[in-house]
Design a protein around this ligand. Structure first.
Ligand code: GN1
Ligand code: MG
Length: 370
């Protein structure tokens, strides 16, 4: 893909000015993302939706349009700046918000959010509190969104027992002859498979209410003000679907409170930083306006282990299947990622009582300050 390729593609969207440069943004394991500078000074984010992951990209776009419109109204009502705090999709010249490139790719363009950055890791105290607040608030703002309007863009996305079944099927097939080298991981998953049904069963019995959730709450899915670290906008709405609060909470902590990156090879560096756990929890519960049930609160720490195990199994499944789902930079990338997630599972379980006490402490503080 060279500059003329992008110029032609961008010509299909209503941009202000002409594109002058296009640079790939490497973060993100699924879609391809590019930052576009234009002659008008406006910046844009160009994305190719991965259609082997999102089988119905039109449904993804419909969800994003609906959710974004809804959030934009709420942001205006509270006196916020919708140009910064809500995503702005750029219309395609032929209608809608997507265009197909000559090679058949499905593309969309967002206006870049000025003076905001996405962090891959926590750099300063307070950032993770802000992230927690933003993801909590995201659920609160969507509490009265009509969930029947949402397409299920990836069915069973956080169905952990089904993720286990998929992993077992990949293991049995062992198409790439990789099963022999993952014996310790197989054993670990067997020992911990009791975690799999915790959230799905809670949903089935009504213990954990269904909400509209983000479902991919990595730290870098929040744009933060470059100067103040204030959380400006929640991005990557591709997987917004009905779900449990615990999906978003567990996923955010397993990523952002980990001391190391998702593909760290030195496992002694991989553990949950309890001070970050506390920051996020405090922000999240406040962001959601304290509107969570006692059962949800109690399950917060263990949900981190559930989601880490789920993602560990997803990475291992992909490793066994020949690395077809997640972008990989080297042969054993998915295996390294598997190992960090499994390490987090054991660390969370080891610290479970301490983490539960932190959640209780945060809840008490909120009750007192009310
Ligand atoms: C993928 O592309 P990205 O980084 O936003 C994945 C998430 C995983 C994450 C792990 C649609 O998200 O579920 O948690 O990688 N998204 C999809 O890094 O599968
Ligand atoms: Mg993302």
């Amino acid at each position: 893909m060279d500059f003329p390729y992008f110029a032609k593609l961008l010509g299909m969207f209503e941009l202000e000015g002409e594109p002058v440069s296009v640079a790939e943004c490497k973060s993100g394991n699924i879609n391809k993302t590019f930052v576009v500078d234009t002659s008008s000074g406006k910046k844009y984010i160009l994305q190719r939706v991965n259609e082997s992951v999102f089988r119905n990209p039109d449904a993804v776009m419909e969800n994003i349009v609906n959710v974004t419109e809804f959030l934009r109204k709420k942001i205006i009502e509270r006196g916020g700046d919708p140009a910064r705090e809500a995503l702005t999709l750029i219309p395609a010249k032929t209608g809608g918000y997507s265009a197909i490139s000559d090679d058949g790719g499905y593309w969309r363009v967002y206006a870049a959010i000025p003076n905001a950055v996405a962090h891959d890791k926590i750099e300063r105290p307070g950032q993770f509190y802000n992230a927690g607040y933003a993801f909590g608030e995201f659920q609160r703002l969507l509490a009265d969104f009509d969930a029947t309007k949402l397409h299920e863009t990836i069915p069973n996305f956080h169905n952990t027992p089904l993720r286990y079944e998929a992993y077992r099927a990949a293991l049995e097939a062992d198409e790439y002859g990789r099963a022999a080298e993952v014996k310790p991981e197989i054993e670990f998953i067997e020992e911990h498979k009791w975690l799999c049904p915790i959230i799905t069963e809670g949903i089935a019995t009504g213990k954990f209410p269904m909400r509209v959730t983000h479902n991919d709450t990595k730290l870098n899915n929040i744009m933060m003000d470059a100067d103040t670290d204030e959380a400006v906008c929640v991005i990557d709405l591709d997987t917004v679907m009905p779900g449990s609060l615990l999906f978003d909470y567990g996923d955010a902590i397993r990523y952002g409170a980990s001391n190391a990156a998702e593909d760290e090879k030195d496992l002694s560096q991989v553990y949950i930083r309890t001070e970050l756990f506390e920051e996020f929890t405090s922000g999240f519960i406040r962001g959601i306006g304290g509107e969570l049930t006692a059962d949800e609160a109690k399950a917060m720490p263990v949900s981190v282990a559930v989601i880490a195990l789920e993602l560990g199994m997803r990475f291992l499944t992909d490793y066994l299947n020949g690395d077809k789902y997640f972008k990989v930079l080297y042969d054993s990338h998915n295996l390294d990622r598997t190992r960090t997630q499994l390490k987090l599972v054991s660390d969370v379980l080891k610290k479970r009582a301490e983490l539960e006490a932190i959640v209780e402490g945060v809840l008490k503080e909120i009750v007192i300050s009310r």
